[in-house]
Design a protein around this ligand. Structure first.
Ligand SMILES: Nc1nc2c(c(=O)[nH]1)N[C@H]1C(S)=C(S)[C@@H](COP(=O)(O)OP(=O)(O)OC[C@H]3O[C@@H](n4cnc5c(N)ncnc54)[C@H](O)[C@@H]3O)O[C@H]1N2
Ligand code: MOO
Length: 440
């Protein structure tokens, strides 16, 4: 696949470029660790939303609108019928009933999309179809069901009031009003409205292009045979690629790169051309083969730190290459990688895409049983949230604390945020949670 460049052409090489720099990172807390919120806000402060571009409306669904859209027309555009039936003057049928029907001559027909053949004179009726323009002189529609469906004369058995079954010009949208505002996330309903007011293109922010790389010589591509007992399948790049896709990104999953510094440098450098954001996992801790930490400073400005959270303590961030492309380097343990995505990558992706709210709402949920925690760091426990018959939400733990426990993570539908001062939550007490299956 060709790698497409969206960014600016390289500037002419005149002078030696400035050594890459990041803004001053936030100070660590008394425990020597950075808080989760500080780290997230730092990353967000280093990211700008992607520049907007004109896009066909069908390709804009799920994207963030970058302009106010004003309707040039009213909806409905003209007074029209809500029923198949007869256009009449209400006064002519005011006394109609089953017992004493009113008979009117049928003087023409109006199909949808065509004008009425002529004005409706008092004491006559005109056949009219749903969506057809109300003829001048008519002020109500009698549906077929209240008539004998006559072709030359019609017997009307129900009275009608002025305006009955008439859809008024502008009762939905008035010409000149702003119908959608910059910052709105375009759902299918909004796309329908844009089409209805005759708009075929809008300014939106593009889907962020996200390159996903996993590192580790122990990794094997799922579906391929293992060479020895010590290998494992690469789950992180699939999990993160799916999570990024679900957040609206266009994803390029590069997959696994062995613990070879030159190889990693080459792969990342090659991918810069098509990335608005690069994600890596593994190699950010203290190990002898933790090459991400070793290699990335050669590609740009980086910040490797420890965050007061568990899982997800070791974190890396950088702005690399000539376009200062953001890179988020997450720990290799699968649950740590997922929690890092939720805490840091998702908000960054939403900012890149211009989405109004970057952060998942934190909701309070009753613990369904006692929960023990580890004080000192924000704990992200995995939970299954149920609704009781009374509509109350309660949560139970899904698996244990370990950051390798992918089975528990897959069973969970929530992350519980248990703060650093809490080591025990009693059954029935409330805990903070992020609901993972709710898109907000
Ligand atoms: N001496 C110390 N050791 C460790 C510390 C520490 O503070 N001091 N921190 C621990 C914590 S916490 C974490 S989290 C991990 C993070 O380590 P790395 O980011 O360097 O990740 P790796 O060592 O490469 O891998 C960790 C673990 O995850 C498995 N893994 C890696 N990539 C994948 C993948 N794509 N799919 C599935 N599983 C993957 C890997 O095999 C390891 O088991 O460091 C601790 N150590
Ligand atoms: O921080 Mo590690 O991510 O706890 O397992």
């Amino acid at each position: 696949m060709p790698l497409l460049r969206r960014k600016s052409a390289p500037p002419p090489a005149v002078e030696k470029p400035e050594p890459p720099q990041l803004p001053e990172p936030p100070a660590a807390g008394p425990n020597g660790l950075r808080s989760m919120a500080d780290h997230r806000d730092y990353l967000l402060s280093c990211i700008e939303p992607l520049p907007p571009f004109g896009q066909q409306i069908l390709d804009s669904v799920g994207l963030s609108l970058c302009e106010d859209v004003t309707s040039a027309i009213s909806l409905p555009r003209f007074d029209n019928s809500a029923m198949d039936g007869y256009a009449v003057r209400a006064a002519d049928v005011a006394d109609a009933s089953e017992q004493s029907p009113v008979s009117l001559p049928v003087v023409g027909e109006v199909p949808a999309g065509s004008p009425a053949p002529h004005k409706l004179s008092p004491g006559s009726a005109m056949k009219i179809m749903t969506g057809a323009a109300i003829p001048e002189g008519a002020d109500a529609v009698v549906p077929y069901e209240a008539t004998d469906r006559g072709a030359t004369d019609v017997r009307i058995t129900e009275p009608s009031a002025v305006g009955q079954h008439v859809r008024r010009t502008g009762e939905d949208i008035t010409a000149g009003t702003v119908v959608l505002r910059a910052g709105e996330h375009l759902a299918s309903r909004a796309i329908g409205l844009l089409a209805a007011i005759g708009v075929d293109k809008v300014m939106v922010r593009p889907r962020p292009r996200v390159v996903v790389i996993s590192t580790g010589s122990e990794l094997v591509e799922p579906g391929l045979p293992m060479d020895n007992e010590q290998q494992i399948y690469d789950s992180n790049s699939y999990m993160l690629a799916s999570a990024a896709k679900a957040t609206g990104a266009q994803v390029f999953r590069v997959g696994l790169v062995p613990d070879d510094p030159e190889r990693l440098k080459q792969v990342i450098s090659d991918q810069l051309v098509r990335a608005d954001l690069i994600l890596t996992t593994g190699g950010v801790s203290q190990g002898d083969y933790d090459i991400v930490k070793q290699v990335l400073p050669e590609l740009g400005a980086t910040d490797f730190t420890q965050v007061a959270m568990q899982p997800g303590k070791p974190q890396g961030f950088g702005l690399i290459g000539e376009d200062k492309t953001p890179i988020i380097m997450m720990p290799g343990n699968p649950v740590s990688a997922f929690v890092s995505f939720e805490a840091f990558v998702r908000p960054v992706l939403r900012k890149l895409a211009g989405t109004a709210h970057y952060l998942r709402p934190t909701v309070r949920i009753f613990a369904g049983h006692p929960i023990t925690s580890v004080a000192g760091k924000l704990q992200f426990a995995r939970g299954v949230v149920h609704r009781t018959e009374e509509g109350e939400r309660t949560v139970e733990l899904a698996g244990g604390h370990g950051s390798h426990l992918l089975g528990g993570l897959a069973a969970a539908n929530a992350l519980l945020l248990i703060d650093e001062d809490t080591d025990f939550v009693a059954a029935g007490d409330e805990v903070d949670a992020w609901l993972l299956d709710e898109d907000s």
